[in-house]
Design a protein. Structure first.
Length: 229
């Protein structure tokens, strides 16, 4: 039996080729520029405005994450030494880690654009919980898209869904509770809502991203195979 570390190392170049460079450059780059603009033009923001920009940056980064598991050759590369869930976990790590770093850098830049007395009013930890929950929801939509496309195009569902979901939340009556900014009274309760959403989304996505049992795959293939004349 080969060493699992050796398998991971051998598979890493292939996984790096599958990293969605164009969506990451577009979404992550736009998010970074959006956060860097106030400091570049020497504009002093209010904490609420900085939180809004950081939330927009989160949407841009999560939209880029929707392409993390796209694999047009999924049907021809189904048999590999590492389990499917391990390969997908590695791909998610290679995609989400740079996007999280970009979002964090944007938060630091936005905090620097605030007046010194207002910087404590921009809670990066609490806002990162929102970004993580939105990212997990996008990965959940990606997992659903992969199920519908036989593991090839999760972004078909996740890319529009990752943008529409925050928009629907903003337009909902619960907007003031979900997207509160300190010192609003609803800030603490909204963090519990986002934490619950993050937990549910991560758990559901983990189940959906697991490899289906062999018998289920064979039954699905037999159901979709063309009937011989």
């Amino acid at each position: 039996m080969r060493n699992p570390l050796t398998l991971h190392t051998a598979l890493l170049p292939h996984l790096l080729r599958l990293v969605p460079r164009a969506p990451m450059a577009l979404g992550g780059g736009t998010a970074f520029l959006l956060c860097a603009l106030p400091l570049a033009v020497s504009t002093h923001l209010e904490p609420g405005d900085a939180a809004l920009l950081l939330r927009l940056a989160a949407v841009l980064c999560t939209a880029a994450a929707a392409f993390a598991l796209d694999d047009p050759a999924a049907r021809t590369t189904a048999t590999q030494p590492l389990p499917l869930e391990v390969r997908r976990s590695l791909r998610l790590a290679l995609t989400l880690a740079p996007l999280a770093a970009i979002w964090t850098a944007g938060g630091i830049l936005l905090r620097a654009a605030l007046n010194p007395d207002d910087r404590v009013a921009l809670p990066l930890a609490g806002l990162s919980l929102e970004a993580a929950a939105l990212g997990a929801a996008t990965i959940l939509l990606t997992a659903l898209g992969l199920r519908l496309s036989r593991g090839e195009r999760g972004s078909t569902l996740a890319a529009p869904g990752g943008v529409l979901l925050p928009l629907l939340l903003v337009l909902s009556p619960a907007r003031s509770q979900l997207f509160a900014v300190p010192p609003a009274e609803s800030w603490t309760s909204s963090r519990w809502v986002w934490a619950t959403a993050l937990t549910v989304a991560v758990g559901t996505a983990a189940v959906l991203l697991r490899e289906r049992p062999l018998g289920t795959r064979r039954a699905s293939a037999a159901h979709t195979a063309p009937t011989a004349p």
